[in-house]
Design a protein around this ligand. Structure first.
Ligand SMILES: [Zn+2]
Length: 283
């Protein structure tokens, strides 16, 4: 497996789901071994934030990264998922605000832009992390684990029954399944009963039916046109998972299994993994 970057720059503009503020990102090619790095172009000091799990400073509603000077960028998981889905190991993501734009609530626009510019191989082997022993965290009703396998396979399930949604497990094989068509279009989602709470707490100020699936108490989507997939919520959870796991900075060679996991548990799993050197080897 070889390192890759994007073939040319991409520029995308939109509003932040939580702040409601407009922001622009430029995704730029980067040199080999540089990893994925966010640059806050509006900050005048220490504005570089590496896309690494140790920099995760917040996992409520979305994943936020912060550097040592406290400069942060939030809602990073959808662009990171797109880069990992296309197996891009090196890129610079410039952003002129605190939040990456939500766009249509999925990774679809990022995936289309990446597909249209293409990727380039960089004559250096991709850093891989091979799982040797099981690592598991969580409780009975919410857990995640990594175990040995010959390439990255992700198995996710979630109990949505209390919310009136169908509960179906979903699996994704990074090499056999197509990220752009199977995962990227799946949108973020929420429940009508939570909308008032979010608004009262000044959260989700930029959220609307344009970028979020909103389900009523019976599990019906209120959006015009309905769902893009029957199981769109679990596919979006998979999208978030791919973005969160990319923060390992390695191509993981192993199998992920999770039940009702989210950004917080995904981050705890990476901490548990890297705190357990006997459970992996770097290749
Ligand atoms: Zn998401």
């Amino acid at each position: 497996m070889i390192q890759k970057t994007i073939a040319s720059a991409i520029s995308v503009e939109g509003i932040g789901a939580h702040s409601g503020m407009k922001s622009r990102i430029n995704i730029l090619p980067a040199s080999k071994d540089s990893g994925i790095v966010f640059i806050r172009t509006d900050a005048d000091r220490d504005n570089s934030i590496a896309a690494n799990f140790a920099n995760v400073s917040e996992t409520t509603l979305c994943t936020r990264l912060s550097n040592k000077s406290g400069v942060s960028v939030s809602m990073v998981e959808h662009i990171l998922a797109a880069l990992y889905g296309f197996q891009i190991s090196n890129a610079i993501i410039e952003v002129n605000e605190e939040e990456i734009p939500i766009l249509d609530g999925s990774s679809d626009i990022f995936a289309r832009e990446i597909a249209s510019v293409g990727t380039v191989a960089q004559s250096k082997k991709r850093k891989c992390l091979k799982i040797l022993k099981n690592v598991k965290i969580g409780e009975e009703d919410r857990w995640s684990s990594l175990s040995p396998a010959d390439h990255l396979i992700l198995n996710l399930s979630c109990d949505f029954s209390k919310k009136g949604l169908r509960t179906t497990p979903f699996s994704y094989d990074l090499f056999q399944d197509d990220f752009a068509t199977e995962i990227a279009p799946a949108r973020t989602f929420g429940f009508f009963e939570d909308v008032e709470y979010l608004r009262k707490n000044n959260l989700a100020l930029g959220s609307s039916l344009e970028n979020t699936i909103v389900f009523d108490a019976n599990g019906n989507a209120l959006n015009d046109g309905g769902l893009r997939f029957d199981d769109e919520p679990i596919r979006h959870k998979m999208l978030d998972l791919i973005g969160d796991l990319s923060l390992s900075e390695y191509m993981i060679i192993g199998q992920y299994d999770g039940f009702c996991s989210g950004h917080k548990l995904n981050n705890m799993l990476l901490h548990a993994l890297f705190n357990s050197p006997q459970s992996y080897t770097l290749e």
